[in-house]
Design a protein around this ligand. Sequence first.
Ligand SMILES: *Cc1c(COP(=O)(O)O)cnc(C)c1O
Length: 670
Amino acid sequence: MTAVTPDNTKATASADPTPASGWTVADAAELYRIDRWSDGFFHVNESGHVAVRPFENSDLSIDIMDVVSELRRRGVRFPTLLRFQDVLRARVQRLSRAFAEAIREFGYQSPYRAIYPIKVNQLHEVVEEVLDAGKPFGLGLECGSRAELVATVAHLNSDETPLVCNGVKDRRMLSLVLSMQELGKNVIPVMEKYAEFEELMDIAAERGVATQFGVRVRLRTAGAGKWAESGGYQSKFGISLPELLKVIERLEESAAGHRLVLMHFHLGSQIAQITQLKQAAKELAQTYAELISAGLPIQYIDVGGGLGVNYTGGFEEGQINYGLQEYANSVVSAIKEVCDDRGVPHPILMSESGRAMTAHHSVLVVEALGAFQKDRADPDIALPEGASRTLQRMYELLEWLRTSGDREIRSRELIEAYHDVVEFHEDAHTMFNMGYLSLRQNALIERMYWSSCSAILRRLRLLEPHPMPPEYDQLQELLVDHYLIDFSVFQSVLDHWAIKQPFPIVPLDRLDERPTRRALLVDMTCDSDGKITEYVSSNDDKKFLELHPLEPGEPYCLGIFLVGAYQDIMGDAHNLFGRVTEAHVYGDAEEEKNFWIEKVIPGTKVKEILAQVQYFPNGLQQRMQDLIKAKIDAGTIRPSRGIAILDQYIACFDDETYLENDPKAKGRMT
Ligand SMILES: *Cc1c(COP(=O)(O)O)cnc(C)c1O
């Protein structure tokens, strides 16, 4: 673990590598690829701010900096997660409309019903919003665990709303499912394993009722990509073909009237290749046709989740190679083709497209606490008396770089100089370890090392040799700024840490100004993995993000986009950073700034996160009281001072877990 200490954040300003001229907001949109990942929801406005267009068929635009200002006015601190509930609604509608369009185009004879798998974001308000937006389209829900089952069954106001119950289920869960069916609700438990089916049959027999259910079929077709282990023979779940035949035999034997109504597969999240999905859909449709012909009352084909979101807006390896409409077209056409060939009716289509419904609607707003710049030109380096030979040679090299004109040194010589600098730096390290170099001289070597590297990189940029030597990339990476950001990767963008998923990150302000710094974002955790290493940008090198230099006294806000799916619910409490504050924002043309904030949910307090690990205010207070009392008794401090320290400690229980960012504070450097 390496901590970013406040000391690291002290740096001096340096010359910007590029002039700030000829830059427009369109250049910013291009640099951060906003048009390519935003699906039309985000853009850069005239003021150089990122803005949201939350509605379909309306130009209404909300400046995110206006939302930030309003939240600040209310005393809300950052990081804060903004939920644009209208974007959530729009995504739900787009999905259903894409299928409606495909159904119309291919002449498919049954409807489509989107199913919201709540595991993607179980927040009550999100589930309600999705349900409400999906009502006209007959949207249903999906649950995959006991707690999710308990949450979702309570949402079944309409008897029509389907609830698909995936995941492994025990007797108590299956029994609750049967009770919901008894109430007339359209709950469909999906048999993940053969044994689960036997269990369901037993419980139904005990209660003397007939049940409806679905099966998850284990297909040969497997998904591909970062998430792909849910399909294929190796998948954790699913009923094999021989087992499916056993299910059918059991149903035929029984006179209870149980109904197999749904067939399901799930290839895994973020399906990369659309052909894979088509293949799987055809494979399932063939099985469906067979079972329909055998007289089974199957109504639904559920193609599971996996409808991808293109986070980078690019065509990099592993990125999805299709859009929403192509996905819908593929599912509809593949299933129609098989059904028509086999002369069976078209089933009602379902997809459990969680990520695609929710990813776009939330934006995490974070603030930079400081920037540590390594490419500083250090003007007052002087050679001390009795400098070692390495020190002298390093100094000469630096002087040579300093005194020669920008284009006087050829790029080959620059590279040679870089190799020397690296060697001197190494030598100094060895000498220091062996006790031959003083701390003072070693510190001077450090300063000269960074100064020389900066000078070399700056000139290489000016010369632009073709091809750029590999040393150029090394220098870029070496000299990248570290921007210290008040958030935790593990709490707020867990997939970045777990599977290197890049998320678009854009400054919310100053986009009319050329960003001149190359930055790496590091978080607040004391974990060397607590940083962002993959960025979305038009740069060839995606290991850094271009940002603006911090202005003294001015907060610098960044938006981390497309975090509405999975991130906030999977986030963990590494280093006891808790959930961030949340604000639910709605667009409204009648409002002065085109929005209103419906709700602010405060972030986790120190006392709440501590309770999760069994520390409670009373106990902590008692311990601290005893500690202080001992010092009072020993005469180390006066009683009044002891009580003041105790009060100070107690006040911390109600703080949020993130930092209080004061742009004017001393530790902040630009
Ligand atoms: C996770 C999961 C989903 C949701 O997948 P997305 O990639 O978010 O669309 C759907 N169905 C099942 C069975 C799942 O496990």
